[in-house]
Every structure is written in structure tokens, then in C-alpha cells.
Design a protein around this ligand. Structure first.
Ligand code: ZN
Length: 428
């Protein structure tokens, strides 16, 4: 196995130093380390972060290999600086058995670009009625700890309560897609003055907030752990802040697109901006950035949701919900959180690596960039600037909402257990 000497990397934005990556670990950190035959990577001007961890990725395999495969999606992940992703369960078939989660886990190992941790469905077929084989998935080779019906809300309070109780046995967590179904029937975009004007059915903030409030209360009642997926409203942040102030075991994530884009983009009627939960108001964006700054929101998660051309290139009402996100996440976080002074690179590492790894109970990810730690490292150039070209992607889909936008930063290299999955900005 090749040894790598990373020269003059700025760990979490600190003073430049060298890193020796050997035998899957960070063997040494210090100035002027001797190469001793190691492959040298010049990292002058680059920030070194722990490999990023995504709690929310749709890899689409099995079933929708026309949109994405485990191989293509994990290449996109590596290009975005990720060394671990959680693959959502809404595949075809649904990942609701030990057999399917093991299949996804094995495909991830074979592809080798990024560790894949399958998320298990909470209910059979995402039907919302009968609990899936949570214990069997937890005991499987895939060692599932995160369970979610994402794409659908576990709306039945009794089913949600049972799931929360069940996962305690193996320190699991239920990740809720908070969307009250009756309040969002046929909903198309954020409910407000604009949805009325555009003639698109409104998606009220309260449809998200009622479920979050209920699930915080349920998790507290049964003393379990709940994770709220993709919070998108100011009210959601406020409810979670309250729940955390009670000491309850509630964690949350926010998507990069909800930190940057707003609902006025719907006025273009371009379904590239159609996403679940919908883009919200500037006030919501402000509250989300604030929540991520003060720790109310624990993590950034991409909700990378690839869709083939035909599912997005149609009128708004008929188009699928979702956006790509893996390859742009770090740039969006730099633009919205670092360049604005809301957080620093240590804060980015916390929210995009350490915290998501902790929520997913991943022992060997989300570790500090320090001697003796696993060599999961990303080298990032924050001074770089690019105009996003949606054809420049490893994803099989092109639904990139940032096409044509100027974004800061570029992932130069990603190391997974000391082996480069990306070098010079390209898949190895
Ligand atoms: Zn979702």
C-alpha cells in the first residue's frame, strides 16, 4: 500500500504542517517530515478536514440505476470530499430487510470510493403501518443504526413510538422526514403569498413543525433518540432549540440548498428548484444559518436526490422532488457559513464530519485529523472559484440547482483509510 506525505496542509485552517498517511492511519503530523519513499502531495494553501460524512444520500440502487448507482453516487461523494455516506432506504425494493441493506453495503465495498452505510426502512415497504425487521438489519453485516422512511413521513404516532422504543436495544436512531401528509396533499412549494400568485399548491411550514414537535415529545417520553431530517423552517429550529434545552435526545440536519436558495426561485417554474421539503423564505434561511451556528442544528446533510432528465424536464406539477448535492455541499457551506463569518473550518468539520458520524454511531469516521487517527482526510482549496457546469459530474443525473452559479472552493483530494479516492480533483 502506497504511503502518502501531504506537505503543508492547513489542518482546520491552522498553520501549515505535514501529514504522513501510512497503513490506513495518520502515522505522523509535523513540520518537514521525511518522505522516505512516500508519494508527496503538495497541499500548500489547502485546508485539511476529516473526511466528510453524509447522513442523507439517495444512491437509487437497487431499482433506479438509470438515476444513480452505488458506484456513480459514491464517486460523486468522493469528489465532494465524503468518506462515508448513509444511503436512504427508499430504493426498489425498499431497504427494509437484512438482505437488501447487505446488498447495498456490499455494493459500496465493491465500488470502494466511499464507505456506504445503509439506512434501514422504519416500516415495511415504507408503508407506514408495520415495523420493518429493525433488529435483523441492525445485526446484519451492514450494522444499520439509522432507520428512516425518508421520502415519506412516519405519520402514525403509535408506529413512531414503537420504532423509537425498538431502536433503543441497539443504540439506533429514527430519522424522521417530517411532513404531515394531510397538510401537504398535492403541495408543490412553500405556502405563502408567492404560492398563491403562481397557482402552486402551498406547503405550509406547520406541516413540518407539527411532526417535529410531536416526535421530540415522543422521543422524550420513551427516552429514545430521534433525528430530524432536512429542517427547513424557522419554526422547526425554534422547536428543536426548545427540545434540546430540555436535555432531550434530539438531533437535526439541514441541507445546503436550504442554507442558500429561497422560494422565489419557484417563480421561474423551473422544476430544478422543486424539492422536498420546499425552498423557503429568506427569514427561514437566516434562522437555519443561525441554528447551524449555535448548534441547534447538528449537521449538514446533502439529501442528494438524483433524478433522470425525463423526471425533471417537465412542467412543475409533474416533476419529481429533489436535487443533486454531494459535489457542491462543501462549497455551499463555505459560501453560506464560512465566508459569512458564521463559523470556521473547525466548525465545518464538526457539522459535516464529527457530528454526523456520532449521530450514525460510526466509530472510524468523524475523527480528528491527528496522529494515530484513521486516514480519512479531505484536502480543500477555499481560494478556488468555479462556475458550476452540470455536465461535470460523476452522478448519472444532471438535476443540479447551482448550474451556472459561481461557487467558491474545490475538493483537491480525498483519502479513504490512506488511499486516495480523489487526486487533483479527479477520481483515481
Ligand atoms: Zn426526506
Amino acid at each position: 500500500m502506497t504511503t502518502y506525505l501531504v506537505r503543508n496542509a492547513s489542518i482546520l485552517g491552522g498553520e501549515p504542517t505535514d501529514l504522513l498517511l501510512e497503513g490506513g492511519a495518520i502515522a505522523a503530523v509535523g513540520d518537514n517530515l521525511e518522505p522516505n519513499g512516500a508519494e508527496v502531495v503538495d497541499a500548500a494553501g489547502l485546508v485539511a478536514l476529516p473526511g466528510l460524512v453524509d447522513l442523507h444520500t439517495h444512491l437509487r440502487e437497487p431499482g433506479r440505476e438509470d438515476a444513480e448507482t452505488v458506484d456513480s453516487g459514491t464517486q460523486a461523494a468522493a469528489l465532494g470530499g465524503f468518506t462515508a455516506v448513509h444511503a436512504m432506504a427508499n430504493t426498489e425494493p425498499v431497504a427494509d430487510t437484512a438482505g437488501v441493506v447487505e446488498q447495498v453495503w456490499r455494493l459500496g465495498r465493491e465500488a470502494g470510493h466511499c464507505d456506504v452505510f445503509p439506512v434501514g426502512a422504519v416500516t415495511v415497504g415504507l408503508g407506514g403501518e408495520r415495523l420493518a425487521e429493525l433488529g435483523a438489519m441492525a445485526d446484519s453485516a451492514a450494522r444499520v443504526r439509522v432507520f428512516s422512511d425518508d421520502g415519506k413521513c412516519v405519520s402514525d404516532a403509535v408506529v413512531m413510538r414503537r420504532a423509537l422504543e425498538y431502536v433503543k436495544a441497539f443504540d439506533g436512531v429514527v430519522a424522521q422526514h417530517a411532513q404531515e401528509p394531510r397538510l401537504t396533499e398535492e403541495a408543490q412549494m412553500n405556502e405563502g403569498e408567492l404560492s398563491g400568485r403562481l397557482g402552486l399548491r402551498g406547503w405550509p411550514a406547520v406541516a413540518e413543525e407539527t411532526i417535529i414537535a410531536r416526535d421530540c415529545l415522543l422521543a422524550a417520553h420513551v427516552e429514545s433518540r430521534v433525528h430530524i431530517c432536512h429542517v427547513s423552517t424557522a419554526g422547526s429550529v425554534e422547536i428543536v432549540r426548545w427540545a434540546k434545552s430540555k436535555g432531550w435526545n434530539v438531533t437535526t440536519e439541514v441541507c445546503p440548498h436550504h442554507l442558500l436558495l429561497t422560494d422565489d426561485l419557484a417563480a421561474t417554474y423551473d422544476p430544478i428548484y422543486k424539492v422536498n421539503p420546499p425552498l423557503r423564505s429568506t427569514g427561514d434561511v437566516e434562522a437555519l444559518r443561525q441554528g447551524l451556528t449555535d448548534g441547534t442544528i447538528d449537521a449538514v446533510a446533502t439529501d442528494h436526490a438524483p433524478h433522470p432528465h425525463e423526471d425533471k424536464d417537465c412542467e412543475w406539477q409533474a416533476a419529481a422532488f429533489g436535487m443533486l448535492g454531494l459535489e457542491t455541499a462543501l462549497s455551499i457551506v463555505q459560501q453560506t457559513m464560512v465566508d459569512t463569518g458564521l463559523t470556521d473550518w473547525a466548525g465545518v468539520a464538526q457539522r459535516m464530519s464529527l457530528n454526523p458520524a456520532q449521530i450514525g454511531r460510526l466509530a472510524n469516521h468523524g475523527r480528528p485529523v491527528a496522529q494515530g487517527e484513521p486516514a480519512n482526510v479531505v484536502l480543500y482549496d477555499p481560494a478556488f472559484s468555479r462556475v458550476v457546469d452540470p455536465t461535470e459530474t460523476a452522478s448519472l443525473s444532471r438535476n443540479n440547482p447551482y448550474a451556472g452559479r459561481k461557487l467558491p472552493g474545490r475538493v483537491v483530494a480525498t483519502f479513504l483509510r490512506g488511499r486516495p479516492t480523489v487526486l487533483d480533483g479527479k477520481i483515481t
